[in-house]
Design a protein around this ligand. Structure first.
Ligand code: VGL
Ligand code: ZN
Length: 193
């Protein structure tokens, strides 16, 4: 039955105000995202959440010469989804970035977390196809990093891809990064809502 899925990228505490890598107004998207969760749930369509899941010695951390402060380390409060997010019990969760020596911004580099919390070998594209999903709606953080990478991979994988503009926020370390990411996503075939 499913033909569409909602994909919520990295809506974790460390990317929200108070977190170690806070996206400005990252939590402001939560009402929009919750409304989409309700809408997709009512339609019987699957809801997917991705998580950044880095080991403490991850290559993207400044201690190893990477660009970022430590963030989204499992076992820390910053790893958890934002508490105001209405996560359905049957949501599918994909972890990415858990290999110490490899970064992974795209949800399509993630693997499904199974019922016992372990990493399976099922990737996001595979899972979506198994569930007959051909169209995805994307929200989450951050526009210029993991949302961008996830959307570009989705397009490469052939999914019809919609970006929920009120449901994303960017880091904008260089001013204009998020605007450029939106233009790039659109040029490559994403549609803006
Ligand atoms: C992200 C920076 C580092 C993201 C993840 O989720 O956009 N950004 N790790
Ligand atoms: Zn990260």
């Amino acid at each position: 039955m499913p033909a569409e899925a909602l994909i919520i990228v990295d809506l974790q505490n460390d990317f929200c105000p108070g977190g170690s890598l806070a996206v400005p107004q990252g939590d402001a998207i939560i009402p929009t995202v919750n409304a989409w969760i309700a809408r997709m749930q009512n339609a019987g369509q699957p809801i997917v959440l991705t998580r950044d899941a880095h080991p403490a010695n991850h290559i993207s951390f400044q201690a190893r010469g990477g660009p970022w402060p430590p963030h989204c380390v499992p076992g820390t409060p910053g790893f958890a989804f934002h508490p105001n997010l209405h996560i359905p019990a049957d949501a599918a969760i994909f972890d990415k970035g858990f290999h110490p020596d490899r970064d992974a911004y795209s949800g399509f580099e993630g693997v499904l977390v199974d019922a016992s919390g372990q990493h399976s070998s099922i990737g996001l594209a595979q899972w979506l196809r198994q569930h007959d999903v051909t169209t995805i709606y994307v929200a989450g953080l951050a526009t210029d990093y993991c949302v961008r990478a996830t959307v570009l991979d989705a397009l490469r994988e052939g999914f019809a891809t919609y970006v929920i503009q009120q449901g994303i926020r960017g880091v904008d370390i260089t001013p204009g990064d998020s605007a450029r990411a939106l233009t790039e996503m659109q040029e490559k075939g994403a549609r803006m809502l």
